[in-house]
Design a protein around this ligand. Sequence first.
Ligand code: XIL
Length: 312
Amino acid sequence: QGTLHDLAAAQGRYFGSATDNPELSDAAYAATLGSEFGQITPGNSMKWDTTEPSQGRFDFAKGDVVTGFAQQHGQTVRGHTLVWHSQLPGWVAALPTARVRAAMTDHITEEATHYRGAVAAWDVVNEPFNEDGTFRTSPFYTAMGSGYIATALRAAHAADPDTKLYLNDYNTEGLGAKSDAMYALASELIDEGVPLDGVGMQAHLAVQYGFPYKMRENMQRFADLGLDVAVTELDVRMRLPADAAKAATQSSYYQQVVEACLAVGRCVGITVWDYTDKYSWVPGTFPGEGAAGLYDENLAPKPAYDAVRAAL
Ligand code: XIL
């Protein structure tokens, strides 16, 4: 028996969930979050628009609630995220390009210093790539080119030398143009001696899009660079209404992700992007889609939960 995290921990992995501050007041939700999962990631409360809403004014109150919950429940925390084009306050995009570098390194320094000892790993840079493997435009890319990534990693390392530093992206789970770009970037950063510990694969999967192509092989090539690999935001959405066939495909995708991770020695763990359909981001972001989690809207485990258990 045991929890999902117990089963993962018996194999040297963690099993975690995203969470968000408003949900923590739901006692039934918080009870399962605190018992079934060994790791949590704040869904929003460590993002730039929350932690530095105006330049130099830092607010870690919401993130501190999440790290406090983790400490009370013996969980590790993944910090998410220091540098991202989205949920970025308007003042960053409004800066003259010559001021962006210092704003970025100041932000990283303040936040990573604040969470020293409380955050075991950081998504230092989130979603750096377009689907075709070119670098995504952002205030950081515009100001510094792709070198902003090495600068960000170095600043994070200086602020907290003990946390694990990651690059994180979606649609990089399988082999393809976007994961090739992440692989090339990671190889280059390692060659240059830039501090990088791992690569996060978000794994926002969808029943209607198929399972990522050769996920295990893709994870293994990053592991072979000497990097850790983490599945950071797993969910498997579907077009609504759900039915038995979609649920079966969903269960199979969850199971295949667990199998891929367990087959790669450097895959350190799996985080679901919130464990329940009650608080999933999917319906709000993908109209007409949902039912993406391991637990339903009433916090009851779904067949996908049993599939994960069976695979662990
Ligand atoms: C999502 C949150 O879950 C939502 O609450 C928010 O409105 C938008 O962001 N990739 C990421 C996460 O890296 O930060 C996103 O989280 C989901 C996609």
